[in-house]
Ligand binder design. Structure first.
Ligand SMILES: C[S@@+](CC[C@H](N)C(=O)[O-])C[C@H]1O[C@@H](n2cnc3c(N)ncnc32)[C@H](O)[C@@H]1O
Length: 227
């Protein structure tokens, strides 16, 4: 299913259910993601796939930087605009509609870059990584958050959750969340079967690539520095 269609009905309820369906871990993962960046007041960070602007708000609050949040879903951005205004951050966070595959920015434009749950939705993750690296100034930090596949004893529990629990819980919430609940498990599995994220990043011209698995591997944060 097309990502724009998938996210269209989710904006108003996204934050509440994303937290619930990740057992409350999602905000903690975002905080770790944001802590990887080395930015302060006077810097500008690009947050790609910003959705309802949760990462953008955390970035602006934590470091005092300016943030440009980009997403291809008008519905998610609409909720994002409301959240940014409610947080009193409209002067430092700008939200724009656009796609990660063709960023509307010059080379070397940003002092930091974050993206969350993006690579499962693009046709060519390697090309998208090169496009993200292009707009980052050399030496600046890029960091991403993605769902992971736990290993060892946690794996069977994860399989049970994504095969049965998540589709069922999603169906209880709404038809839109039922689609997400059924789509997520196979989509997460496929990303990690097809790609070694660290290799993907290095091939895009990112150095010092590091990875941290969080919550038994249910979340993965990858970060590095543009060469
Ligand atoms: C699961 S949401 C994550 C939102 C937010 N970053 C967060 O942490 O909650 C994924 C977002 O990626 C956006 N997205 C998917 N593919 C995209 C693309 N190619 N370009 C820009 N945004 C995209 C979707 O519209 C959606 O808002």
């Amino acid at each position: 299913m097309d990502a724009v269609e998938l996210f269209a009905p989710l904006g108003p309820t996204y934050d509440r259910y994303a937290r619930l369906l990740s057992f409350g871990q999602d905000p903690r993962w975002r905080r770790f993601l944001v802590s990887r960046l080395e930015v302060g007041a006077g810097d500008t960070v690009l947050d790609v796939a910003t959705g309802t602007a949760a990462v953008a708000i955390e970035l602006a609050r934590r470091s005092g930087c300016r943030v440009v949040g980009l997403d291809q879903s008008p519905a998610m951005l609409e909720t994002g605009h409301r959240r940014v205004a409610a947080a009193g951050l409209s002067d430092r966070i700008e939200l724009i509609e656009g796609t990660a595959e063709r960023l509307p920015f010059e080379d070397d434009s940003f002092d930091g870059l974050t993206f969350t749950y993006l690579l499962r939705y693009v046709d060519d993750p390697a090309a998208t990584m090169r496009e993200l690296a292009r707009v980052l100034r050399p030496g600046a930090v890029i960091a991403m958050l993605e769902f992971g596949v736990p290993r060892g004893l946690a794996r069977p529990a994860w399989e049970l959750y994504v095969r049965a629990g998540l589709p069922l819980l999603g169906a209880v919430v709404s038809p839109g969340w039922r689609r997400v609940g059924s789509f997520l498990g196979p989509s997460i599995r496929e990303l990690h079967q097809r790609y070694d994220l660290v290799d993907l990043w290095r091939e895009a011209g990112i150095d010092d690539v590091r990875q941290r698995r969080l919550s038994l591997g249910g979340g993965v944060v990858v970060w590095g520095r543009r060469a």
